[in-house]
Ligand binder design. Structure first.
Ligand code: FES
Ligand code: FE2
Length: 399
């Protein structure tokens, strides 16, 4: 099966065309993308330190699916489908602790923290009941530098192999030991297709003009490194010339002092990374912010932005964090506004997309991967409503 994890060569990517405008508007395409690219990809759930004790759990809701990550009595983290094996009721919401068992709110079937079906009320009322075969359905789970990921449709490469050499780049930050920021970062809903938010995250070309503050603060590397799985990263370094804006100037002055225990290259830079199909990592000297783009409909996207920080916060570090938050809130507002503008432009009658710059290389790579998984995206004009899946299946069969 062709999926977005297929390998591509750099020379090939140079010539890749952008996706057609209809790809950002079609409800039918979203169904295909969900099945063929979202479900087979690694999805971020939480940091391992958010679930320290047996019975601690956290749920992740995707468009049609919900996942529980639970710490078992044996100390292991597992991922379960968040649906009761009796009649499908969603078992858990949000975050919490199940002291001993997971009990369904409908008819009270209970499951062990490790997923086995433990107790069924009025068990004799069932003519057949094979409790051993009715445990919670498990999904793939993998922890990378303390970050917990799940994969609903299994079978692809491991998370560690997808991340590859980026693991070495991230190792000095001590991400495993980080804890959630005390202020909860609520998910946002942007009025755009999930791929508009994705393209925007992957595009370094817009930084100098779209983010004037970030551009004053940092010398942004517009080119990036990219591996065969489409994992990309680029580093932005603090400018020496003081910014005219006070919060940016304060960050430039304080950051190199506050993180004196970190290597020079880290304390004066931010690292921007991306893992297909929908997860960005903004890495600061003392923290990491995840940027996870989840479709909620063809033109509405949930953006999760959880933030994890080092535990040891001096007064100086707290000041730097305050300033960095102000700067990043502004960048986020700018990105959201740009994405919503793009969505409205793409919706125009017979709008056709233009070429992509080499500073949009990861966008090209991602579009190519999406086309490999959903070849119907090779068609320039929008296929007739209701025909998309059939055309896609025929194109896949003809490969
Ligand atoms: S749906 Fe869960 S016990 Fe019936
Ligand atoms: Fe941006």
């Amino acid at each position: 099966m062709n999926t977005f994890t297929d390998l591509r060569h750099a020379e090939h990517i140079q010539t890749v065309k952008p996706l057609p405008a209809w790809a950002y508007l079609s409800p039918e395409l979203l169904e295909l993308e969900y099945e063929r690219v979202i479900l087979p990809s690694w999805q971020f759930v939480c940091h391992q330190n958010e679930l320290p004790a047996a019975g601690d759990y956290l749920t992740l809701n995707l468009w049609r699916d919900s996942v529980i990550v639970m710490r078992g009595s044996d100390g292991r983290l597992r991922a379960f489908q968040n649906a009761c094996r009796h009649r499908g009721a969603r078992l858990l919401d949000g975050q919490g602790n199940c002291a001993r068992q997971i009990t369904c709110p409908y008819h009270a079937w209970s499951y062990e923290l490790e997923g086995q079906l433990a107790r069924v009320p009025a068990e004799r009322s069932f003519q057949t009941l094979d409790k051993l075969s009715l445990g919670l359905r498990e999904f793939d789970i993998e922890i990378f530098l303390g970050l917990v990921f799940v994969r609903i449709a299994g079978g692809g490469p491991s998370l560690a192999s997808v991340m590859g050499e980026l693991g070495h780049e991230l190792a000095p930050y001590g991400i495993e030991d980080m804890v959630p920021a005390s202020a909860v970062q609520p998910a946002e809903h942007w009025n755009c297709n999930w791929k508009v938010a994705l393209d925007n995250y992957l595009d370094n070309y817009h930084v100098p003009y779209g983010h004037p503050g970030l551009h004053r603060l940092m010398d942004n590397e517009l080119a990036c490194s990219i591996n065969t799985h489409g994992v990309s990263w680029s580093r932005s370094s603090l400018r020496e010339r003081p910014s005219p804006n006070w919060s940016e100037r304060l960050y430039q002055r304080l950051a190199p002092r506050a993180f004196a225990d970190m290597p020079e290259a880290i304390r004066s830079s931010w690292l921007f990374c991306f893992m297909p199909v929908n997860i960005g990592f903004d890495v600061y000297p003392d923290g990491i912010s995840i940027f996870q783009v989840l479709p909620s409909g063809p033109a509405i996207t949930e953006v999760r932005v959880p933030l994890y920080l080092r535990r040891d916060a001096s007064r100086e570090t707290r000041a730097v964090r305050y300033v960095a938050t102000r700067i990043n809130d502004q960048i986020n507002l700018e990105d959201r506004a740009l994405c919503e503008r793009v969505q409205s432009g793409l919706s125009g009658h017979r709008y056709a997309a233009g070429p992509l710059s080499d500073f949009e290389m990861p966008v090209k790579d991602m579009h190519d991967r999406l086309r490999a998984a959903c070849p119907v995206l090779e068609i320039e004009h929008r296929p007739a409503e209701g025909s998309l899946r059939r055309i896609n299946d025929e194109m896949l069969a003809g490969r």
